[in-house]
Design a protein around this ligand. Sequence first.
Ligand SMILES: Cc1cc2nc3c(=O)[nH]c(=O)nc-3n(C[C@H](O)[C@H](O)[C@H](O)COP(=O)(O)OP(=O)(O)OC[C@H]3O[C@@H](n4cnc5c(N)ncnc54)[C@H](O)[C@@H]3O)c2cc1C
Length: 415
Amino acid sequence: MAIEKTVIVLGGGIVGICSALALMEGGLKVVLIDKQEPGQGASYGNAGVISPWSVVPQSIPGLWRYLPGWLLNSDGPIAIRPGYLPKLLPWGIKFLNQGTPEKIKRISEAMSTLNRSNVMLYRSLLRNTGNEHLITDSYYVHAFRQEHKIDVNSADYQFRKARGAVIERIGQQELRVLEPSLAKDFKGAVLIKGQARTLAPGEVGRVLLGKFLALGGTVLTENIQSLNPKNGGWKLTTTSQVHQSDTVVIAMGAWSAKLLQSLEIKVPLEAERGYHIRYPDSQTCLNHSVMDVDLKLVASSMSSGLRLAGTAEFTGLDRAPSEKRISSLISIAGKMIPSLKEQTPKTWMGTRPSMPDSLPCIGESKKHPGLFTAFGHGHCGFMMAPRTGELIAELVLGKSPSVDLDCFRPERFNS
Ligand SMILES: Cc1cc2nc3c(=O)[nH]c(=O)nc-3n(C[C@H](O)[C@H](O)[C@H](O)COP(=O)(O)OP(=O)(O)OC[C@H]3O[C@@H](n4cnc5c(N)ncnc54)[C@H](O)[C@@H]3O)c2cc1C
């Protein structure tokens, strides 16, 4: 018999959808609220990489040495809007402070907790939906232009190997056979095997949302304005109405921290914007997820065309996309896959919800029981979403979590 308790999930990105679905499957009544069609935020436009071996945090020892070069290069992987630096600085310091050998060991372990079963979980979520093809086996091909930089024993590959990843180095000729469309100046690659990729991240969200609705879940299109404690529960105000519930899950991606401000919960969540360009008419097809290691762009053939995604742009929330970044991406795409040079892509911008330690906030607020968080997944939110959903369901149902959640405490930067 279903337990009569309504949970409101705020935000219908892939993390909100997976959480809402897991809560429904746990026997709860669930309302999912988003201001737009669910699954359309960062969860729509990402690179679609699903890797059990994504265990390397963004902040690693010695990273600071590369930052000036990246920032000075207009085609570099990182951009900070002039004027935004003072705002970004406190987050940036916290970010760099996470890059110590001791800390990254702990972070890597926590990333593995969320990622190690991601391929299996997506396959299981899509089973019997008629959309199983949306997840396909893949290598992660890290393509290098400079041979001396190809080192399968570097720290980031060691981290992956320690978790069981099979990693192999291939030379120029083998790379040409594996991915004939890549530019000829790539000298070789590192293959990370045993991964998957999605052919349509937005479609995966849509299918899982369909499962949620079929189980009796409710979706409301409303713009969330504020959240306040009321009568031992929560009063949620949207532009359309006021909701009341004992239990609320915040899964609003990069917009989550703003909502928590009025509850005096400070979370160092940064909006890290990324872009993709998509070539719907391209005949070029890649066989795997391919990263141009120099330019940090990830390319993948998807059902809607060849997509190249990347860039970490810090400029705050809600600003218009940068035309400069887009033209830079187009130029990089042509260097990576020459057949794209003559074609005009569609463009997209989205916002990663990024924490300084590359770990999401998954837990119940210490200060406010009944308030759960599921946000901050940064570069890995698509692949971490299914396990996040399971953990949120365990927490809301009052079960002992199946893993130690200490690393994911929402208030961890305040204590
Ligand atoms: C270029 C790029 C490439 C990436 N590549 C990968 C990859 O290959 N693999 C991977 O695992 N991850 C990848 N990511 C990261 C991943 O996409 C994100 O971590 C993930 O999508 C975050 O999901 P989310 O549900 O937390 O947030 P979102 O998808 O952003 O969803 C948040 C939702 O909250 C809603 N919302 C916000 N404010 C309000 C409000 N006031 N009222 C109502 N609703 C609101 C939004 O409408 C949105 O639907 C990439 C990201 C980018 C940008």
